[in-house]
Design a binder for this molecule. Structure first.
Ligand code: MN
Length: 293
């Protein structure tokens, strides 16, 4: 790869809470551009035009899906020109678009997704409890959702190339999907048992594809450590764990695109989580820079 394209993805219709839409603008305001090397492109998608909630099993589908199509096109364009596409969400439904964009360029059987998240995000419109699309991006990418929740050209991802790290909230309806697709899941207790570095090694040696997409949701972090997100949950990991994983993956794998999702600056009263977000992003950038020529 020869540089970075940072893409703002101001989407919040995929989630029940408001405010993630402003993350790109907020992080830019506190110095995100300084975290990336000179020559980095910075662009943002426009906010989606508000649509009615619609089908209760795929809320705001008419807002989320076209937005993700556009994001996929932007990410695809960056990756095909040799740039690492770094998507700043937005709610985690953005992964439906960003990973699809990478897979369209690289080939769906050639991309692994490392999904660092407190949830497994593999619901379909049939299994969902909440109806919000940010709980469905992995299922959509694998082509397990119906036509209305599927971007053109799917499937974009195989279960055997999918690794979820940090999940501690798994819906009953997601368990059979994870199992049948052969997705590997590392819960916080699995990480604590062997250490974060060991989990990083294990995932790196298990990746069999030429290309990798990394998707980071801030609710991987413990809700007490990082409260600036809509779904605060206890039992999560720490900032250092996030850095350890991102440093290892970005420097040792051929990462073509990545997401940073679900940071909500409106819930960040003292600005601490914003600063930590930049630290986490910086770790990824420094690791990836080793692979840039
Ligand atoms: Mn998520």
């Amino acid at each position: 790869m020869n540089g970075f394209s940072v893409i703002g993805a101001p989407l919040e219709a995929g989630a029940p809470t408001r405010g993630m839409e402003d993350a790109y603008e907020y992080l830019t305001g506190i110095g995100m551009k300084d975290v990336f090397p000179s020559g980095t492109e910075f662009t943002s998608l426009d906010r989606p035009f508000p649509c009615p909630e619609g089908d209760s099993k795929m809320k705001y589908r008419d807002e989320v899906v076209p937005f993700c199509e556009e994001l996929a096109a932007r990410v695809g364009k960056a990756v095909s020109s040799g740039r690492i596409a770094f998507t700043v969400g937005g709610d985690h439904a953005v992964a439906m678009g960003s990973a699809a964009g990478a897979a369209r360029v690289c080939g769906h059987e050639n991309v692994s997704v490392i999904y660092i998240d407190g949830h497994t995000d593999i619901n379909t419109e049939n299994s969902t409890v909440t109806g919000y699309i940010h709980g469905m991006p992995l299922a959509s990418l694998m082509g397990l959702c119906g036509e209305k929740l599927t971007l053109s050209g799917a499937p974009f991802l195989l279960g055997k190339n999918t690794f979820i790290i940090g999940a501690r909230s798994i819906d009953e309806g997601e368990r059979p999907i994870l199992k049948s697709q052969g997705v590997r899941v590392y819960a916080p207790e699995d990480i604590i048992a062997v250490g974060t570095e060991r989990v990083a090694r294990d995932v790196i040696s298990s990746v069999k594809t030429k290309y990798v997409h990394i998707s980071f949701d801030v609710d991987f972090l413990d809700g007490g450590v990082f409260p600036a997100t809509g779904y605060r949950m206890p039992g999560g990991m720490g900032i250092e764990d996030a850095k350890t994983l991102l440093a290892a993956f970005s420097s040792e794998l051929n990462v073509v695109s990545a997401d940073f999702a679900e940071y909500n600056p409106h819930l960040d009263r003292d600005g601490k989580c914003g600063k930590e977000s930049l630290e986490i992003i910086k770790t990824f950038v420094e690791g990836s820079t080793k692979n840039i020529s």
